[in-house]
Design a protein around this ligand. Structure first.
Ligand SMILES: Nc1ncnc2c1ncn2[C@@H]1O[C@H](COP(=O)(O)OP(=O)(O)OP(=O)(O)O)[C@@H](O)[C@H]1O
Ligand SMILES: [Mg+2]
Length: 470
């Protein structure tokens, strides 16, 4: 009796009213981590949205825990639902946990231990969840039930280990990401919303999208792939962004093609370029113009986008990364990519030797080879994207070994060099022809002027002659 009367019990119900209790969920997760090593009876569930089987404390089972040297005891209970209780509370059974401890620790348990349990439980749930790739549905298709985003499980295999790029740059990016996820207090201290913007730029096939997947896998974040062209207007964009969860990367791919963010800059360039232009240049400009015109139809404006990512609303949700990708960084409006908005500009370049070594290790499991010297010379000279290098390195059948694949890469690099040489020669030839034509035109014009001058002079002389004769 003495022992019982000195104990305090706290009850945590599975349901609070109609809603499933988040505290109960967190406690269950916390206890499952303790139970796997301590409890005698466990139950295994396949839970939706979780990546593996979830083990938890079985009904009517107890487990002990120690916190700051204090022993506590958790029990899981289940009782039949009473007749008059609310039918919509989910199931026939009522589940709850009880926490028991000595009353002299009441303050410490309530103030520190419970916080600790809830925090750890949430962490475990976050770790166990199946990560998702979201994409926005058309604005008119939004419904209360389906939401604004549709999702599929995110299983992209890219990691920083498989990403081919300069190792130092890679390490620096990883370090920065770690600093970001641990930076809650820092961001609060400096008065900035806890978010970070990345601009990834570079030619096609250099790993911009792969880098985003690697980041998401590294941070264990969800990914929101935002398709701006299907967003009706600025306020829908705002709503979409508000509907994203924390610990996620929001991606806008090919930002230069998504809305008229390059409009003003292009107009200026067009004016400047107008004078010196040959036929081919004119054709290219016309097709580019048509492309930009099509793109500018998007009703999301630059200022709308800036507002959504950077205005007051953006502060409503913490712990998010915003990533833009583009092939033409020089065409983007400076307002969009200024530091503070896009804090980090990462250039994804052509495949150089360091990046090649990563690819060779991943695709062929070789770290060195006699062809490496030649390949080093070639990749430092020729611009080839990691996607093309990877394609050459991938064995196409079981008979192909590392040497065959490396040889194929060397051949392909040499071909590329040859192509570039002929292209450059053609270019020089074309330029020379164009110059010659220009000189010819000038000469013709000068000749004509000369002729005209001569004719005028003759007429004048004739007139003077006649005058004299008269
Ligand atoms: N740096 C890299 N490291 C490893 N693999 C790469 C890298 N770059 C490209 N690849 C390979 O090439 C494929 C295409 O790359 P990815 O889609 O990331 O290019 P991108 O830069 O996003 O191109 P785009 O500008 O066309 O969108 C990837 O599936 C990946 O296998
Ligand atoms: Mg891409």
């Amino acid at each position: 009796m003495g022992r019982v009367s000195t104990s305090v019990h706290i009850k945590f119900n599975e349901y609070t009213g109609l809603k499933k209790s988040e505290a109960y969920n967190s406690i269950r997760n916390y206890l499952s981590s303790k139970s796997t090593s301590r409890a005698k009876r466990l139950k295994a569930n396949e839970k939706r949205g979780s990546k593996s089987l979830v083990l938890s404390l079985d009904d009517h089972e107890a487990v002990e825990d120690v916190f700051n040297g204090v022993n506590v005891k958790w029990c899981s209970h289940v009782s039949k639902r009473e007749e008059h209780s609310n039918a919509s509370s989910g199931s026939e059974e009522r589940r709850y946990f009880t926490l028991s401890f000595h009353m002299k620790h009441r303050e410490m348990i309530i103030e520190s231990y419970l916080d600790h349990v809830l925090r750890e439980g949430r962490k475990i749930e976050f770790k166990n969840r199946e990560r998702k790739l979201y994409t926005n549905s058309e604005s008119h298709g939004w419904s209360f039930k389906e939401g604004k985003w549709c999702s599929v499980p995110f299983h992209h295999p890219a990691t920083f280990e498989t990403l081919a790029m300069d190792p130092e740059k890679k390490e620096w990016i990883k370090k920065e990401l770690v600093k970001f996820i641990k930076g809650k207090d820092y961001y609060k201290k400096v008065g900035k919303p806890w978010k970070r913007g990345y601009l990834l730029f570079g030619p096609p096939g250099t790993g911009k999208s792969t880098m985003i997947s690697a980041m998401a896998n590294f941070l264990e974040y969800d990914v929101y792939d935002l398709e701006l062209t299907t967003v009706k207007d600025n306020s829908d964009l705002k709503r979409l962004l508000l509907d994203t969860k924390r610990k996620s990367i929001i991606v806008i791919e090919d930002i230069d093609c998504s809305l008229g963010v390059t409009g003003q800059k292009r107009k200026k360039e067009e004016e400047e370029d107008q004078e010196e232009e040959d036929e081919e240049g004119k054709k290219k400009k016309a097709s580019e113009k048509a492309f930009y015109k099509e793109r500018e139809r998007s009703r999301v404006t630059l200022s709308g986008l800036l507002n959504a990512i950077d205005g007051l609303w953006s502060a409503c949700s913490d712990e998010k990364i915003m990533a833009f990708t583009t092939n033409f960084v020089e065409n983007l409006d400076p307002a969009l990519i200024r530091r503070g908005r896009m804090d980090n500009h990462i250039e994804m370049g052509y495949c150089r030797f360091e990046a090649f070594k990563v690819l060779a290790k991943n695709y062929l499991e070789v770290e060195t080879h006699e062809l490496y010297g030649e390949i080093e010379r070639l990749v430092e000279e020729i611009d080839m994207s990691p996607a093309d290098v990877a394609e050459n390195l991938m064995p196409k059948s079981d008979e192909e070994d590392a040497e065959v694949c490396l040889m194929r890469l060397v051949k392909s690099l040499e071909e590329e060099r040859e192509n570039l040489r002929t292209l450059a020669e053609e270019e020089v030839k074309k330029k020379a022809e164009w110059e010659a034509r220009k000189i010819k035109k000038k000469k013709k014009k000068a000749d004509q002027e000369e002729k005209k001058k001569k004719a005028d002079l003759e007429v004048k002389e004739k007139a003077a002659d006649q005058e004299e004769r008269k």
